[in-house]
Ligand binder design. Sequence first.
Ligand SMILES: [Zn+2]
Ligand SMILES: [Zn+2]
Length: 149
Amino acid sequence: MKGELTGKCLCGAVTYTLREAFRLKPYACHCTECQTRTGSAFSEHMLFMLSDLELNGDLDVARYTQPSGAQSEIFCCAICKARIYAVNNTREGMASLRCGTLDNSASVVPAAHLWVRSKQPWIGLPEGAKAMDEQPRTNEEWIAQVGIA
Ligand SMILES: [Zn+2]
Ligand SMILES: [Zn+2]
């Protein structure tokens, strides 16, 4: 996922452009929290520097303390509540994009599948896909396991 990326919420009140800059590749997260939070089977995220995001429209914020103790804030459209990105206090300056909001979301291919130990049993991973039982814990692990875009 190189280049400038654009996206929007469900109702279109929030639009954004993510500048071409340092970011990691997209990944799929199969953790039970993502399942509950999204009401779905997994989520597609991509880590980027928040300073590279230009966003228009009003956002609401949801707060949640992860089991690890990390405080996360999830930003969504104030009207339709579609989630756009999240930050947490263990990743200063970084945010994770909800890749389904990208205009070209069909071209998102997860570079890695995280938390596959709680993956829904009916989901088959592509041949050769990178998979982790849990998730990277340090910046070095994130770069090694998911990779720079
Ligand atoms: Zn909206
Ligand atoms: Zn997750």
